[in-house]
Design a protein around this ligand. Structure first.
Ligand code: CA
Length: 237
C-alpha cells in the first residue's frame, strides 16, 4: 500500500463506464489509470504493482477471470470485479480466484467508491505496523509465511503463493492466534451480511494451501456461529 494516494488500475472496455469510474475515484483522491484490454492491464500491473485493480469480466480480448488469475500469479494486489452478468457462479468463482469483492453493473458511483475504500482499509489494517517495523515473517505449525512476498513455505521448502486477499486474511489470523475472530474482524468491516460468502470462500482456499483438511481442520478451525480461529503458536520475526 503506497503511503500517498492509492493507485487503482481500471480495466473496462466501455469508454463511458471507464470514464465514470475514473472520474468518481479521482474525486475521492485516488490515482486512476485506465486499460481497455486485459493484456494492457496485465502489462501495466507488471511494471509496478497497483494498490487495487478493478476488473470488468466481459472483455474483447480475454476472459476477465483469466485476468484475475494472472494478476494473482504475477502481481498480487487487491481486486474488485465488475460484472454485468448478474450470475452468482461468476461472482463466487471470482472470489475463489482471490478477488476481494465484486460489484454488479449498473452501479452507483458512490457505492463503487465505498467498496474500494473498504477493500483498501482491510489491507491497511493488516499493515506491518501492527507487528512492528520489519517483522514480516511468521512461523507457525510447519509453515513459514512471508507477508511481504505473499508466500507460504512448507517444511520441505516448497513455496506456494497467496493472493493479496488470502495473505491479508492469513495475516489477520496470525496476528491474533488462538482467539476466535468474527467474520467482521476478519473482513475488517462492521455489519457483514450473514449471506456474504467471501470469508468462507477465502478460508477454504487458505485451508487448501495449508493442506488443512476441510472436514477436520487442525489449523484454521470453524467456530460455529462465531467465526474462525487459528490454532497454532505463532512467532513473528
Ligand atoms: Ca465490458
Amino acid at each position: 500500500m503506497s503511503a500517498s494516494n492509492p493507485t487503482i488500475l481500471v480495466l473496462e472496455d466501455e469508454p463511458e463506464i471507464a470514464r465514470l469510474i475514473c472520474t468518481s475515484l479521482s474525486e475521492y483522491g485516488f490515482r486512476c489509470e485506465h486499460a481497455s484490454t486485459g493484456r494492457q492491464l496485465l502489462d501495466r500491473a507488471k511494471r509496478s504493482t497497483p494498490d487495487l485493480c478493478i476488473v470488468d469480466l466481459g472483455l474483447p480480448d480475454m476472459d476477465g477471470m483469466q485476468v484475475v488469475r494472472e494478476l494473482q500469479d504475477g502481481s498480487p494486489c487487491a481486486v474488485l470485479i465488475l460484472t454485468g452478468r448478474n450470475d452468482l457462479t461468476d461472482r463466487v468463482l471470482g472470489l475463489e480466484l482471490g478477488a476481494d469483492d465484486y460489484i454488479v453493473k449498473p452501479f452507483e458511483p458512490r457505492e463503487l467508491v465505498a467498496r474500494v475504500r473498504s477493500i483498501l482499509r482491510r489491507y491497511q489494517r493488516a499493515a506491518p505496523t501492527e507487528v512492528g517495523g520489519e517483522r514480516t515473517v511468521a512461523r507457525f505449525a510447519e509453515w513459514i509465511f512471508d507477508r511481504g512476498q505473499h508466500t507460504l513455505i512448507a517444511a520441505d521448502g516448497r513455496q506456494t503463493s497467496l493472493s493479496a486477499a488470502e495473505a491479508g486474511l492469513l495475516t489477520t489470523l496470525l496476528l491474533k492466534p488462538n482467539r476466535i475472530l468474527s467474520r467482521e474482524q476478519l473482513l475488517g468491516e462492521r455489519d457483514v451480511d450473514p449471506f456474504d460468502r467471501s470469508i468462507d470462500v477465502r478460508i477454504s482456499r487458505l485451508r487448501r494451501k495449508l493442506q488443512d483438511d476441510p472436514q477436520e481442520p487442525k489449523l484454521i478451525k470453524t467456530v460455529y456461529g462465531a467465526g474462525y480461529l487459528l490454532a497454532a503458536q505463532v512467532s513473528w520475526e
